[in-house]
Design a protein around this ligand. Structure first.
Ligand code: BMA
Length: 313
């Protein structure tokens, strides 16, 4: 028997695949990108870019193979607009993209950093050039949110992570029109005590629809005397009732190991906000921010992930 943990996600040998040095304009850090595959097969990353004020905006990078030769927009793609949306006073962060076939639009759910804390905001786009901004849809303190790709029981559904005392847990909310949200349900609780995902968890990339259920990659934040460690875990939820957890892995499956994940503006962080699925329907490319400084890629198999979850969950 081997003494190694199974490798659920394999890091790309070219990691980190995007760094601030690649940017066409000055950037302190580029991280936590949303991701999607465009109809022509291009990988589009919507990257969080932090400037030297400490404020973030979003910028598109495109690549034919999802690994290199990135075409980065020559200026910011989506800037905070505090004049019309005061909720975006201190920037916009951590976009998560879901294609919504009913509207033929992409839904981008992101963190709007308001003067009284971060909340969840929504914008729709067809082309990543023009955006319909819905403003803040979940009041502070709330973040780590993404839409499901289609209505469930006639309602749009959103995963998000409000902060409550004690702890920060994942919730589901429903809406008839993407503007008015209610029917809030606790989806997944942070564990307690000595667990790797005690006290604070949040959604990573948007939920993945599989025949066995909604596969959710989430992050757990371990507080240690030397600072936090952000790691990833897995859970599976009922297709019709996505607030109902069917399986949850006990162990984390991915955590900071490489130098670019261990050291940066915020040490010991792996933070995915997006994935793409290859044409085989099984290979998943997970794009993640590393140490709040750069962007990296890791690849896995949905089938492999589900098998692991059935054994460990
Ligand atoms: C979270 C988010 C992420 C960030 C992480 C680690 O709360 O703000 O944007 O990557 O902390 O700093």
């Amino acid at each position: 028997m081997s003494n190694r943990h199974p490798e659920i996600f394999r890091r790309h040998p070219h990691n980190p695949i995007l760094t601030p040095a690649a940017w066409p304009y000055p950037a302190n850090s580029v991280f936590n990108p949303g991701a999607t595959l465009l109809p022509d097969g291009t990988t589009l990353l919507l990257c969080r870019v932090e400037d030297r004020r400490g404020h973030s905006h979003l910028c598109v990078a495109r690549s034919a193979n999802g690994v290199d030769s990135w075409q980065i927009d020559s200026q910011s793609t989506l800037l905070p607009d505090p004049e019309h949306f005061p909720e975006e006073l201190w920037g916009i962060e951590d976009p998560r993209i879901t294609y919504l076939p009913e509207l033929s639009k992409y839904g981008i759910v992101y963190t709007a950093y308001s003067g009284v804390g971060p909340g969840v905001a929504l914008a729709l786009t067809k082309d990543f050039e023009h955006f319909e901004r819905y403003g803040m849809i979940m009041a502070p303190e709330d973040k780590d949110a993404a839409l499901f790709p289609h209505r469930i029981g006639g309602q749009w559904a959103l995963i998000h992570r409000p902060v409550s005392a004690p702890g920060a847990h994942m919730w589901m909310s429903y809406s008839p029109d993407l503007r008015h949200w209610g029917s809030h349900k606790l989806m997944l609780e942070a564990r307690r005590g000595g667990w790797w995902d005690a006290n604070k968890i949040g959604l990573s990339s948007p939920p993945i629809e599989t025949p066995q259920g909604w596969l959710v990659i989430y992050h757990g934040v371990r507080q240690t005397p030397a600072g936090c460690i952000y790691r990833l875990g897995l859970a599976l939820f009922d297709l019709q009732e996505p607030g109902r957890c069917l399986k949850r892995g006990d162990e984390w499956i991915f955590g900071p190991e490489e130098q670019y994940e261990r050291r940066g503006d915020v040490d010991n962080v792996v933070f995915p906000c997006g994935y793409t699925l290859a044409s085989d329907g099984d290979t998943i490319h997970l794009y993640y921010g590393a140490a709040d400084t750069c962007i990296a890629l890791a690849t896995g198999s949905i089938r492999g992930i589900l098998n692991w979850l059935h054994e460990d969950g």
